[in-house]
Design a protein around this ligand. Structure first.
Ligand code: SF4
Ligand code: SF4
Length: 357
């Protein structure tokens, strides 16, 4: 397995930033407890909440779908998008889970990642290294070379970023369809809550005439207030607080508004249900000594402790490299949702052992 540079250093900086944020904004921990409690209630009655979420969206004239499997979600997106379209995408782990960009490109569409890090990953033809910081493993020189593939030049990160911004503006203006994931979904108002620091997601979700949001089931929350709290917890534990932008998108008369709820294995095994409390802050990944060494290479669809568990649910496969986990429990200590990740990783190890006998 390939060793990846830079993660451990980045992890130390994030740890320091999170400590300072929690000192300055102690209410974030209370938010985390509240979100955990409410998420647990939703997960205990998930069918009810999915049903209610879908009905509320339909009443607001949105197009709504429930995809049990990844292929079903791609099929729906493929039908909405069609061919020969220009698609702009927000950074979204769930679309990576579906290999959605490849799928749409194979259907003859032009697809652009609009997050700077994710664009670098797209041009490098790699997979994102971390859910919050996808291009964490590239040096400045490498990023410069990679962006040069589409004619973007600059002598500093600022110049490069400015050049990407101009390049992307045209794509936003010409795009037929915008696609995003969802950081939290409010059943109360049928809103997609998205958090970001670049301002690209608000253009992806508001400029194109057609908008598609892919909502994995664990993002469903009953109320707007909880969604806001959830994304504040996510941002704080990702070391970026307060976040630069929070977007709240709901069905409106100016856009064709599509929402796809995605299961894709998440409800397939009760023993791992607790991982669905995750708010995707990426903290457990950066703290895990094995992720620090191998990044997303130690994982499947997602990397690190949370990623190993979620990937196992999605693919129902685990490789023997799961035994690299040292059971140090660092992941448990840093998780804002109090998820016992190490316990679930141990369960995967047991499953792998059983498969050998
Ligand atoms: S218990 Fe395993 S998964 Fe969790 S941080 Fe330690 S090595 Fe990583
Ligand atoms: S499992 Fe916990 S620490 Fe890891 S990404 Fe999810 S919420 Fe963050």
């Amino acid at each position: 397995m390939k060793i990846v540079r830079g993660i451990s250093e980045h992890g130390k900086n994030v740890s320091k930033a999170v400590d300072e944020i929690l000192k300055s904004f102690p209410f974030v921990k209370k938010f985390a407890e509240e979100v955990r409690e409410e998420k647990r209630k939703v997960l205990n009655d998930l069918d009810y909440w999915i049903d209610k979420a879908m009905k509320n969206l339909e009443e607001k004239n949105a197009y709504v779908y429930l995809a049990k499997k990844g292929e079903e979600a791609n099929k729906v997106v493929g039908e909405i998008v069609g061919t020969n379209k220009l698609v702009v995408k927000a950074k979204s782990s769930v679309s990576d889970e579906l290999s959605l960009r490849d799928f749409l490109e194979k259907n003859g569409n032009e697809v652009w990642e609009t997050d700077l890090g994710e664009l670098i990953v797209q041009l490098a033809e790699e997979k994102p290294m971390h859910i919050v910081a996808p291009a964490i493993h590239f040096s400045e020189e490498e990023a410069k070379r990679i962006l040069g593939k589409i004619g973007i030049r600059g002598n500093s990160p600022e110049e490069l970023t400015y050049a990407v911004r101009s390049f992307m503006r045209n794509k936003f203006l010409e795009a037929d369809i915008g696609i995003s994931g969802c950081n939290a979904f409010s059943v109360e108002s049928s809103s997609i809550f998205l958090v970001e620091n670049e301002g690209n997601i608000r253009l992806v979700s508001s400029l194109p005439k057609k908008y598609i949001a892919i909502v994995s089931l664990e993002k469903i929350l009953p109320k707007d207030e909880l969604c806001l709290k959830s994304i504040l917890v996510q941002s704080a534990f990702a070391g970026v607080f307060p976040p630069a932008y929070i977007n709240i998108n709901k069905p409106n008369k100016y856009q064709e508004f599509h929402v796809i709820f995605l299961d894709n294995g998440r409800t397939s095994d009760e023993r791992f249900r607790e991982v669905l409390l995750c708010v995707k802050c990426g903290r457990c990944q950066l703290e895990c000594p094995i992720f620090q060494l191998f990044g997303v290479n130690w994982g499947g669809v997602y990397g690190g402790p949370m990623g190993r568990i979620l990937s196992y649910l999605i693919t129902r496969r685990a490789e023997s490299d799961i035994f690299l986990c040292t059971s140090c429990k660092k992941c448990d200590y840093v998780c804002p949702m109090g998820i016992e990740l190490s316990k679930m990783v141990r369960r995967i190890k047991m499953d792998v052992k059983r498969s050998w006998s």
